[in-house]
Design a protein around this ligand. Structure first.
Ligand code: PEP
Ligand code: MN
Length: 337
Protein backbone atom coordinates (compact mmCIF):
# COMPACT_ATOMS: atom_id res chain seq x y z
CA UNK A 1 0.00 0.00 0.00
CA UNK A 2 1.24 3.48 -0.72
CA UNK A 3 0.38 6.77 1.00
CA UNK A 4 0.69 9.80 -1.28
CA UNK A 5 1.26 13.08 0.57
CA UNK A 6 -0.03 16.52 -0.37
CA UNK A 7 2.52 18.66 -2.25
CA UNK A 8 5.43 20.19 -0.33
CA UNK A 9 4.77 18.71 3.10
CA UNK A 10 6.82 20.03 6.00
CA UNK A 11 9.46 17.60 7.25
CA UNK A 12 7.91 17.68 10.72
CA UNK A 13 4.55 16.58 9.26
CA UNK A 14 6.22 13.70 7.41
CA UNK A 15 8.07 12.63 10.55
CA UNK A 16 4.88 12.73 12.62
CA UNK A 17 3.03 10.64 10.03
CA UNK A 18 5.84 8.06 9.80
CA UNK A 19 5.95 7.81 13.61
CA UNK A 20 2.17 7.34 13.71
CA UNK A 21 2.24 4.65 10.97
CA UNK A 22 5.04 2.82 12.81
CA UNK A 23 2.98 2.99 16.00
CA UNK A 24 0.14 1.29 14.11
CA UNK A 25 2.55 -1.56 13.33
CA UNK A 26 3.49 -0.75 9.72
CA UNK A 27 7.01 -0.51 8.39
CA UNK A 28 7.57 2.57 6.21
CA UNK A 29 9.67 3.51 3.22
CA UNK A 30 9.65 7.25 2.45
CA UNK A 31 10.42 8.32 -1.09
CA UNK A 32 10.80 12.03 -1.79
CA UNK A 33 10.43 12.99 -5.44
CA UNK A 34 10.46 16.34 -7.23
CA UNK A 35 6.67 16.54 -7.23
CA UNK A 36 5.49 14.01 -4.71
CA UNK A 37 6.37 12.39 -1.42
CA UNK A 38 5.22 8.81 -1.16
CA UNK A 39 5.32 6.50 1.84
CA UNK A 40 5.31 2.77 1.08
CA UNK A 41 3.76 0.68 3.86
CA UNK A 42 5.35 -2.67 4.68
CA UNK A 43 3.68 -5.56 6.52
CA UNK A 44 0.26 -7.21 6.68
CA UNK A 45 -2.16 -4.79 5.04
CA UNK A 46 -5.33 -6.83 5.48
CA UNK A 47 -6.62 -4.66 8.34
CA UNK A 48 -5.54 -1.19 7.22
CA UNK A 49 -8.18 1.51 7.62
CA UNK A 50 -7.50 3.31 4.34
CA UNK A 51 -10.17 5.94 4.98
CA UNK A 52 -8.61 6.87 8.31
CA UNK A 53 -5.16 7.37 6.74
CA UNK A 54 -6.73 9.28 3.84
CA UNK A 55 -8.43 11.63 6.30
CA UNK A 56 -5.12 12.80 7.81
CA UNK A 57 -4.30 16.40 6.92
CA UNK A 58 -0.98 15.76 5.20
CA UNK A 59 -2.30 12.83 3.13
CA UNK A 60 -3.58 13.24 -0.41
CA UNK A 61 -4.47 9.62 -1.24
CA UNK A 62 -3.93 5.99 -0.26
CA UNK A 63 -3.69 3.17 -2.81
CA UNK A 64 -3.54 -0.57 -2.52
CA UNK A 65 -0.89 -2.22 -4.62
CA UNK A 66 -1.86 -5.75 -3.63
CA UNK A 67 -5.27 -7.34 -3.10
CA UNK A 68 -6.80 -7.65 0.38
CA UNK A 69 -7.55 -11.37 -0.09
CA UNK A 70 -4.76 -13.86 0.53
CA UNK A 71 -6.32 -17.34 0.55
CA UNK A 72 -8.31 -16.83 -2.65
CA UNK A 73 -5.47 -14.99 -4.42
CA UNK A 74 -3.78 -16.62 -7.39
CA UNK A 75 -0.52 -14.86 -6.48
CA UNK A 76 -0.06 -17.19 -3.52
CA UNK A 77 -1.48 -20.32 -5.21
CA UNK A 78 -0.59 -20.36 -8.88
CA UNK A 79 -2.24 -23.69 -9.79
CA UNK A 80 -6.00 -23.93 -10.31
CA UNK A 81 -7.78 -25.40 -7.31
CA UNK A 82 -9.61 -28.61 -8.09
CA UNK A 83 -12.51 -29.18 -5.74
CA UNK A 84 -13.99 -32.57 -4.97
CA UNK A 85 -17.76 -32.17 -4.90
CA UNK A 86 -19.09 -35.49 -3.67
CA UNK A 87 -16.65 -37.43 -5.86
CA UNK A 88 -16.92 -35.11 -8.86
CA UNK A 89 -14.00 -32.76 -9.59
CA UNK A 90 -14.55 -29.09 -10.49
CA UNK A 91 -11.79 -26.74 -11.69
CA UNK A 92 -8.40 -27.11 -13.32
CA UNK A 93 -9.90 -28.40 -16.59
CA UNK A 94 -12.72 -30.39 -14.96
CA UNK A 95 -16.02 -29.01 -16.28
CA UNK A 96 -19.27 -29.99 -14.54
CA UNK A 97 -22.95 -29.39 -15.18
CA UNK A 98 -25.23 -28.89 -12.19
CA UNK A 99 -28.90 -29.21 -13.11
CA UNK A 100 -32.28 -29.54 -11.48
CA UNK A 101 -35.34 -27.60 -10.45
CA UNK A 102 -35.32 -24.19 -8.82
CA UNK A 103 -37.22 -25.68 -5.88
CA UNK A 104 -37.87 -29.16 -4.64
CA UNK A 105 -41.66 -29.42 -5.01
CA UNK A 106 -42.34 -33.14 -4.57
CA UNK A 107 -40.60 -36.51 -4.55
CA UNK A 108 -42.03 -37.41 -7.98
CA UNK A 109 -40.93 -34.09 -9.50
CA UNK A 110 -37.33 -34.38 -8.26
CA UNK A 111 -36.98 -38.02 -9.24
CA UNK A 112 -38.26 -37.43 -12.74
CA UNK A 113 -35.97 -34.44 -13.26
CA UNK A 114 -32.98 -36.19 -11.70
CA UNK A 115 -33.33 -39.14 -14.07
CA UNK A 116 -33.60 -36.84 -17.07
CA UNK A 117 -30.64 -34.60 -16.22
CA UNK A 118 -28.48 -37.62 -15.47
CA UNK A 119 -29.37 -39.21 -18.80
CA UNK A 120 -28.46 -35.95 -20.56
CA UNK A 121 -25.04 -35.82 -18.89
CA UNK A 122 -25.45 -33.59 -15.82
CA UNK A 123 -22.98 -34.51 -13.10
CA UNK A 124 -24.60 -32.89 -10.05
CA UNK A 125 -28.24 -32.42 -9.07
CA UNK A 126 -29.49 -29.07 -7.77
CA UNK A 127 -32.75 -28.15 -6.02
CA UNK A 128 -33.81 -25.57 -3.47
CA UNK A 129 -35.14 -26.96 -0.19
CA UNK A 130 -34.80 -23.62 1.61
CA UNK A 131 -35.80 -21.21 -1.13
CA UNK A 132 -35.08 -17.48 -0.87
CA UNK A 133 -38.13 -15.70 -2.31
CA UNK A 134 -38.67 -11.99 -2.73
CA UNK A 135 -42.22 -12.33 -1.38
CA UNK A 136 -43.03 -14.03 1.92
CA UNK A 137 -46.29 -15.19 0.27
CA UNK A 138 -44.50 -17.20 -2.45
CA UNK A 139 -43.66 -20.91 -2.06
CA UNK A 140 -40.86 -21.06 0.51
CA UNK A 141 -39.59 -24.59 -0.10
CA UNK A 142 -40.10 -27.96 1.61
CA UNK A 143 -37.14 -27.34 3.94
CA UNK A 144 -36.00 -30.53 5.75
CA UNK A 145 -38.33 -32.73 3.68
CA UNK A 146 -36.83 -31.15 0.54
CA UNK A 147 -33.32 -32.17 1.59
CA UNK A 148 -34.52 -35.71 2.26
CA UNK A 149 -36.07 -35.89 -1.21
CA UNK A 150 -32.79 -34.71 -2.76
CA UNK A 151 -30.92 -37.38 -0.78
CA UNK A 152 -33.30 -40.03 -2.10
CA UNK A 153 -32.68 -38.83 -5.65
CA UNK A 154 -28.96 -38.98 -4.98
CA UNK A 155 -29.27 -42.56 -3.75
CA UNK A 156 -31.19 -43.51 -6.90
CA UNK A 157 -29.06 -41.71 -9.48
CA UNK A 158 -25.66 -41.43 -7.84
CA UNK A 159 -25.63 -37.68 -8.56
CA UNK A 160 -24.09 -35.58 -5.76
CA UNK A 161 -26.47 -32.83 -4.60
CA UNK A 162 -26.21 -29.05 -4.35
CA UNK A 163 -28.69 -27.10 -2.24
CA UNK A 164 -28.87 -23.68 -0.65
CA UNK A 165 -28.49 -22.83 3.02
CA UNK A 166 -30.10 -19.69 4.41
CA UNK A 167 -29.21 -19.90 8.08
CA UNK A 168 -26.27 -21.44 9.92
CA UNK A 169 -28.65 -23.00 12.46
CA UNK A 170 -29.83 -25.34 9.66
CA UNK A 171 -26.32 -26.80 9.16
CA UNK A 172 -27.10 -30.15 10.87
CA UNK A 173 -29.70 -30.78 8.14
CA UNK A 174 -26.94 -30.44 5.53
CA UNK A 175 -24.76 -33.22 6.95
CA UNK A 176 -25.19 -35.44 3.84
CA UNK A 177 -25.40 -32.63 1.28
CA UNK A 178 -22.39 -32.67 -1.08
CA UNK A 179 -22.19 -28.98 -1.96
CA UNK A 180 -23.77 -26.22 0.12
CA UNK A 181 -24.90 -23.22 -1.90
CA UNK A 182 -24.79 -19.65 -0.61
CA UNK A 183 -27.31 -17.67 -2.64
CA UNK A 184 -26.81 -14.23 -4.10
CA UNK A 185 -28.82 -12.64 -1.30
CA UNK A 186 -26.53 -14.10 1.35
CA UNK A 187 -23.17 -13.46 -0.30
CA UNK A 188 -22.29 -10.96 2.40
CA UNK A 189 -23.91 -12.72 5.34
CA UNK A 190 -20.55 -12.87 7.07
CA UNK A 191 -21.67 -14.92 10.09
CA UNK A 192 -23.06 -17.56 7.71
CA UNK A 193 -19.83 -17.55 5.68
CA UNK A 194 -17.78 -18.01 8.83
CA UNK A 195 -19.94 -20.93 9.95
CA UNK A 196 -19.54 -22.54 6.52
CA UNK A 197 -15.79 -22.08 6.82
CA UNK A 198 -15.93 -24.28 9.88
CA UNK A 199 -18.27 -26.79 8.22
CA UNK A 200 -15.55 -27.90 5.78
CA UNK A 201 -17.85 -28.98 2.90
CA UNK A 202 -17.55 -27.57 -0.64
CA UNK A 203 -19.36 -24.24 -0.86
CA UNK A 204 -20.91 -22.85 -4.04
CA UNK A 205 -20.75 -19.10 -3.48
CA UNK A 206 -22.99 -17.03 -5.75
CA UNK A 207 -22.18 -13.44 -6.58
CA UNK A 208 -24.54 -10.91 -4.99
CA UNK A 209 -26.94 -8.94 -7.17
CA UNK A 210 -24.96 -5.75 -6.73
CA UNK A 211 -21.52 -6.93 -5.71
CA UNK A 212 -18.14 -6.41 -7.31
CA UNK A 213 -15.78 -9.26 -8.07
CA UNK A 214 -13.50 -8.06 -5.30
CA UNK A 215 -16.41 -8.28 -2.86
CA UNK A 216 -17.15 -11.81 -4.10
CA UNK A 217 -13.52 -12.77 -3.49
CA UNK A 218 -13.60 -11.19 -0.03
CA UNK A 219 -16.65 -13.35 0.77
CA UNK A 220 -14.73 -16.42 -0.45
CA UNK A 221 -11.93 -15.22 1.81
CA UNK A 222 -14.26 -15.34 4.84
CA UNK A 223 -14.96 -19.03 4.18
CA UNK A 224 -11.32 -19.84 3.45
CA UNK A 225 -9.91 -17.87 6.37
CA UNK A 226 -12.25 -19.87 8.63
CA UNK A 227 -10.56 -23.08 7.48
CA UNK A 228 -12.42 -24.22 4.36
CA UNK A 229 -10.49 -24.02 1.06
CA UNK A 230 -13.30 -25.66 -0.96
CA UNK A 231 -15.04 -22.69 -2.51
CA UNK A 232 -16.59 -22.60 -6.00
CA UNK A 233 -17.43 -19.12 -7.31
CA UNK A 234 -20.60 -18.56 -9.33
CA UNK A 235 -21.45 -15.69 -11.67
CA UNK A 236 -25.26 -15.47 -11.82
CA UNK A 237 -25.89 -12.06 -13.33
CA UNK A 238 -25.92 -8.67 -11.70
CA UNK A 239 -28.41 -5.82 -11.57
CA UNK A 240 -27.88 -3.09 -14.10
CA UNK A 241 -30.09 -0.51 -15.85
CA UNK A 242 -30.94 -3.14 -18.49
CA UNK A 243 -34.45 -4.58 -18.17
CA UNK A 244 -34.53 -6.92 -21.20
CA UNK A 245 -33.14 -9.77 -19.12
CA UNK A 246 -33.77 -10.69 -15.47
CA UNK A 247 -30.17 -9.78 -14.65
CA UNK A 248 -27.16 -8.86 -16.78
CA UNK A 249 -24.78 -11.77 -17.28
CA UNK A 250 -21.26 -10.53 -16.60
CA UNK A 251 -19.41 -13.14 -18.64
CA UNK A 252 -16.09 -11.35 -18.39
CA UNK A 253 -16.24 -12.17 -14.67
CA UNK A 254 -15.04 -15.67 -15.61
CA UNK A 255 -11.60 -14.76 -17.03
CA UNK A 256 -11.22 -11.91 -14.54
CA UNK A 257 -11.86 -14.22 -11.58
CA UNK A 258 -9.57 -16.86 -13.09
CA UNK A 259 -6.82 -14.27 -13.32
CA UNK A 260 -7.33 -13.03 -9.76
CA UNK A 261 -8.03 -16.35 -8.08
CA UNK A 262 -7.25 -20.06 -8.31
CA UNK A 263 -10.81 -21.02 -7.33
CA UNK A 264 -13.14 -22.69 -9.87
CA UNK A 265 -15.67 -20.37 -11.49
CA UNK A 266 -19.04 -21.53 -12.77
CA UNK A 267 -21.89 -19.64 -14.45
CA UNK A 268 -25.64 -19.80 -13.79
CA UNK A 269 -27.26 -18.75 -17.08
CA UNK A 270 -30.79 -19.47 -15.74
CA UNK A 271 -30.84 -16.78 -13.05
CA UNK A 272 -28.65 -14.49 -15.14
CA UNK A 273 -31.15 -14.30 -18.01
CA UNK A 274 -34.48 -15.34 -16.50
CA UNK A 275 -35.81 -16.80 -19.77
CA UNK A 276 -35.42 -20.35 -20.99
CA UNK A 277 -34.68 -19.40 -24.63
CA UNK A 278 -31.63 -17.45 -23.49
CA UNK A 279 -30.16 -20.34 -21.52
CA UNK A 280 -28.66 -22.21 -24.50
CA UNK A 281 -26.69 -19.31 -26.05
CA UNK A 282 -25.41 -18.15 -22.66
CA UNK A 283 -24.49 -21.69 -21.60
CA UNK A 284 -22.51 -22.15 -24.79
CA UNK A 285 -20.81 -18.79 -24.25
CA UNK A 286 -20.00 -19.68 -20.63
CA UNK A 287 -18.35 -22.90 -21.77
CA UNK A 288 -16.42 -21.12 -24.51
CA UNK A 289 -15.12 -18.38 -22.22
CA UNK A 290 -13.60 -20.99 -19.93
CA UNK A 291 -16.07 -21.49 -17.08
CA UNK A 292 -15.42 -24.58 -14.95
CA UNK A 293 -19.09 -25.48 -15.08
CA UNK A 294 -22.64 -24.27 -15.47
CA UNK A 295 -25.69 -24.52 -13.27
CA UNK A 296 -29.04 -24.81 -15.05
CA UNK A 297 -32.63 -24.95 -13.88
CA UNK A 298 -34.60 -27.83 -15.40
CA UNK A 299 -38.26 -28.65 -14.73
CA UNK A 300 -40.54 -31.49 -15.81
CA UNK A 301 -43.47 -29.06 -16.22
CA UNK A 302 -42.23 -25.45 -16.45
CA UNK A 303 -45.66 -23.79 -16.82
CA UNK A 304 -46.66 -25.27 -13.45
CA UNK A 305 -43.33 -24.73 -11.64
CA UNK A 306 -43.74 -23.21 -8.16
CA UNK A 307 -40.65 -21.06 -8.72
CA UNK A 308 -38.78 -19.61 -11.73
CA UNK A 309 -40.81 -21.46 -14.40
CA UNK A 310 -39.95 -18.92 -17.12
CA UNK A 311 -36.26 -19.74 -16.99
CA UNK A 312 -36.64 -23.51 -16.57
CA UNK A 313 -35.56 -25.80 -19.40
CA UNK A 314 -37.69 -28.80 -20.25
CA UNK A 315 -35.90 -32.11 -20.21
CA UNK A 316 -35.78 -32.07 -24.00
CA UNK A 317 -34.32 -28.56 -24.09
CA UNK A 318 -31.72 -29.59 -21.52
CA UNK A 319 -30.54 -32.42 -23.80
CA UNK A 320 -30.19 -29.87 -26.59
CA UNK A 321 -28.17 -27.47 -24.39
CA UNK A 322 -25.91 -30.32 -23.24
CA UNK A 323 -25.19 -31.28 -26.83
CA UNK A 324 -24.27 -27.72 -27.77
CA UNK A 325 -22.11 -27.18 -24.67
CA UNK A 326 -20.22 -30.44 -25.23
CA UNK A 327 -19.60 -29.56 -28.89
CA UNK A 328 -18.35 -26.07 -28.04
CA UNK A 329 -16.08 -27.35 -25.29
CA UNK A 330 -14.46 -29.87 -27.56
CA UNK A 331 -14.08 -27.30 -30.34
CA UNK A 332 -12.53 -24.67 -28.08
CA UNK A 333 -10.52 -26.78 -25.67
CA UNK A 334 -9.66 -30.04 -27.43
CA UNK A 335 -6.37 -28.62 -28.70
CA UNK A 336 -5.42 -27.52 -25.17
CA UNK A 337 -6.42 -30.67 -23.27
C1 PEP B 1 -30.80 -20.46 -6.78
O1 PEP B 1 -29.79 -20.83 -7.41
O2 PEP B 1 -31.66 -21.26 -6.39
C2 PEP B 1 -30.99 -19.05 -6.46
C3 PEP B 1 -31.94 -18.65 -5.63
O3 PEP B 1 -30.15 -18.24 -7.11
P1 PEP B 1 -29.59 -16.79 -6.71
O4 PEP B 1 -29.18 -16.85 -5.27
O5 PEP B 1 -28.44 -16.61 -7.65
O6 PEP B 1 -30.70 -15.82 -6.97
MN1 MN C 1 -34.37 -20.26 -9.23
Amino acid sequence: MIVILKQNPQQAQVDRLVAWLNEQGYGTNVSVGKQETIIGLIGDMSNVDMDLIRSLEVVDDVKRISEPYKNANRKFHTDDSVIDAGGVKIGGGHFQVIAGPCSVESREQVKEIAKCVKAAGATLLRGGAFTPRTSPYSFQGLREEGINILLEAKAETGLPIVTEIMDASHLPLFADVDVIQVGARNMQNFELLRALGEAGKPILLKRGLANTLQELLMSAEYIMASGNPNVILCERGIRTFETATRNTLDLSAVPVLHRLSHLPVIVDPSHATGESWLVKPTSVASAAIGADGIMLEVHNDPPHALCDGAQALTCEAFFDVMGAVTAVRSAVFSAEE
